[in-house]
Write a protein that binds this ligand. Structure first.
Ligand code: SAM
Length: 317
């Protein structure tokens, strides 16, 4: 399959931004524009309600919304289905005292998704290292009506986990730079990845994996953190299962009592799981989620979730 063929099998996904209006209203509005509920592949004007992700709709791959007032006003977010998985798996609290971090935020699709799941309550720190991408992030957050987000143009690795500001942080989303090898409809997702020009692929992947490992270990140093989601839009085990394996073997995971969340906490209804042969314990693969471009009607993606075992006597898988 060529990249174009695989891209043609990926619907145009639209996440209704529930911070700005309810999904039922969005559906009514789309129907009044001539769309109808059917299959995204049946007709140019057909759309479906996603079976895995709440508030997600899928349209024919040719449908464009970039000039649509619904997109420009932040009522809908153009976000691939797989890229909605991390916020759902993180399941941030929506209470007034909730404190959550999005460690690598720009352009902000997952940040606004987290903010919506938190119903604009509590506080969501959104870090972004790159200045230009940070500016895209702030535009996107204000358009999406995210009022509980504090965007900061800061390198997450320089953030002191022991700073009292962060003592109540319980949930961290970590979606760092990766090779982007899972992205097939690149034009749509150009903003989500940092493309680096390097010929030595293996060396590049190893370098990215080293950085990704450092980021997850840093997240584990926040004293109150209970749940960390690590995701990539890569299909390479080096950036996915191998990073998970190295995290689990790290001093940070051991001293912090972190392990993988059980499979029933990580999108249990999703069929494609991690690669067993790439892990120390093949049984851990069931806790990991993968998406394969062309096969799963999404871009390639990987999601893992680390949880802190608060009772030292209870042992998770
Ligand atoms: N989560 C975003 C979304 O869904 O819209 C996409 C994130 S993108 C894959 C990774 C981002 O992390 C890039 O914007 C990159 O500039 C940023 N980044 C990389 N290293 C970082 C660091 N150490 N601290 C903060 N941001 C970082």
């Amino acid at each position: 399959q060529s990249g174009d063929e695989r891209a043609a099998r990926i619907p145009r996904y639209v996440r209704v931004n529930t911070l700005n209006w309810p999904t039922e209203e969005a559906i009514k509005s789309l129907i009044s524009q001539g769309f109808s509920v059917s299959s995204p592949f049946e007709s140019a004007k057909g759309f479906a309600i996603d079976e895995h992700i709440p508030d997600l709709l899928s349209f024919s791959p040719q449908t464009t919304f970039h000039e649509d007032p619904l997109y420009k006003s932040g009522k809908i977010i153009l976000q691939d289905k797989a890229s909605c998985f991390p916020a759902i798996v993180l399941a941030p609290p929506s209470t007034k005292d909730a404190v959550v971090i999005d460690a690598t935020s720009a352009p902000g699709n997952k940040t606004s998704h987290l903010s919506a799941l938190m119903q604009n309550n509590g506080k969501l720190y959104a870090f972004e290292r790159d200045k230009k991408r940070f500016s895209t992030l702030t535009t996107m957050l204000s358009r999406a009506g995210c009022k509980n987000v504090l965007p900061l143009n800061v390198d997450f690795l320089t953030v002191d986990p022991l700073d009292s500001k962060y003592e109540k942080v319980t949930h961290i989303l970590l979606d760092p730079s990766c090779s982007g090898s899972g992205i097939v409809n690149r034009l749509d997702h150009l903003l989500e990845i940092e493309i680096e020009d390097e010929s030595d692929q293996e060396e590049r992947l190893r370098r990215l994996a080293g950085f990704q490992l450092m980021m997850v270990k840093h997240a584990m140093r926040f004293p109150g953190v209970q749940r960390i989601v690590y995701s990539t839009c890569s299909i390479h085990a080096t950036e996915n299962e191998h990073v998970v394996r190295d995290v689990l073997n790290s001093d940070e995971a051991k001293s912090g009592n972190f392990s993988l969340a059980t499979s029933n906490e990580v999108l249990p209804q999703w069929h494609r799981r991690g690669l067993p042969d790439e892990l120390d314990d093949p049984a851990q693969a069931s806790s990991l989620v993968r998406c394969l471009p062309g096969e799963d009607a999404t871009n390639g993606f990987f999601v893992s979730c680390f949880v802190r075992d608060l009772s030292p006597t209870r042992k998770r898988k």
